[in-house]
Design a protein around this ligand. Sequence first.
Ligand SMILES: [Zn+2]
Length: 436
Amino acid sequence: MAQYVTPRFMDSAVSREDIAAHLRIYGLIRSNLFILAKKHVYYDENDILWPTTEGRLFLRRSVYRFRLWIERVLRPKFEKCGPTHVGLDDHEIPPYDVALVLHAFMLHPRAFYSDTIRLFPELAVLNGFPLTQVADLITDDMVYIPKAEQVNFWESSTGEPFTAPLFTTPADSFTVTCPSCQHTFSALWMEASDDGMGSNLAAPCKQCGLLVTDLSYGAALFVSDLVRAKSGTGVGLAGTLLTEEGVLDEARSRSFTLEIARVIGLYDVEKLSLEDVISKLLSIPEDKLDSLSVDFLSFYGLPGGFSFDLGAGVLRQTGFASKMYHNGWTNPAFPKQCSAILEESISRYAGFLTLSMDRKAGSLGPAHDIDLVWHTHQLKPNYRTDFQKTFGWFLDHVDFAPIDTLGTWTMAWFSSPLLMQFGQQRPILMAAIAGR
Ligand SMILES: [Zn+2]
C-alpha cells in the first residue's frame, strides 16, 4: 500500500479560531433561515430547501446588492490599492445578506477564481472572507448588529437600505443598464420579471425597446468575452479559463474560445445585433454543444452576470447551517467546550485531503464535520495557492451532489482501511454529539 502523508500546508491552513468564527456565521445563517421559513423558503419531502416566490425575489435582490457592493465599495478600493489583498476595513463589511452571497460564492472556488479573473478583478482586494470581522458582529443570540459607520458607509455608497428588505413592495425599484444601448433606467422589482416575483428578469429598455432579461445580459457578456478574446485584450469565454487542474491558462482559453465560436457559427459576432446573437445562442444544435466538452452556455444568463447561481448557493449553505444547528455546533459555547472535537475534525480533514489527492476526484463527499473544516479552508486567502504549491492543482467544491450519494460515499469512505492510518474510528463524528 502506498504511503499517505498528511498535506504539509494543513499545519497552518485552518485554525480552531477560524472554525469557531465560521460556526458563528453558520449560526447567523440558521437564525436567518428561521426568519425566512415563515414565508420565503420551505423543505420538500427529501429535506431539500426551496425558495417560495417571495424567497426568489429576496435572493435575487441580495445578489443585486452583492454586485452593487463589488461596484461601489470594492471597485474604488481596487482602483486605489490594486490587487494587493489588503482586506476590508471594518466600515466596508457589508450587510449580512451580501456577506452570505460572498460566502456561497467562495464555496465554489473554481467559479469564484475564474469570475475574479474574467469579470470582477475587484474581488482580489479581499484577503479571504472577512471571517472574524463578520463573526465579531454576531451576538450570542445570533443577531447581526452592524456598527453605525458601517451602515452609513453602505447606505451612502450604494443608496440601498442596510437591512435587506424581507418583503418587496410594489414601489421598490432597482437600476437596470440595457446591455444593448447602455441606457440606464429604473425598474420595479415586482414588475421586472416574467412572473412578477424575480424568477427571470424581464424589463423593456426605455430607450431601445430591447427586453432586458438574464439571457440578454448573458448574450452581451458572451459578445464582450468573445470580442476581447479575439483582440487578445481579455481571457476567453466563461468555462474555458482554467485547466482541469484549476490553473489559469490564458492562451488555451483564447484558442478554445475561438474554436467554440467557429463551431457554433458565431465567430463574426461583432457584425450581429444582440437580438441575433440571442437567437443564434438559443438555436445551437445539441450535437454541436456536445462536441465542445464544456457546457459554456450554462455560465451565461444567470442573475447578476455571475457564472454561478449565487442565490441557489446561498440556499444550499442555509441547508448546511441547519445541519450544524441540529448537531449543536452553532451553539456559541460549542467551540470552547468542544475544542478537542474541532481539533479532531481538522485532522480528519487532512485525511480527507490525502484521499482526495489520491483519487484526484473533487466529488467525494466528506462527513459534515470534515465538510465544515473544508468550507472554512475555502474562505481563507490561501486556499487555492495552498493546494497549487503542494500538488499543482486545487480541489473544487461541489455542494449540489444528491444527498443519497453523499451519504453512501461518506460511509464507504470513512470505513476504508486507508483511513485507519489517520485513526478514524468513527464513521461519522456527528453521531457522537447528536442529540445535544
Ligand atoms: Zn436599450
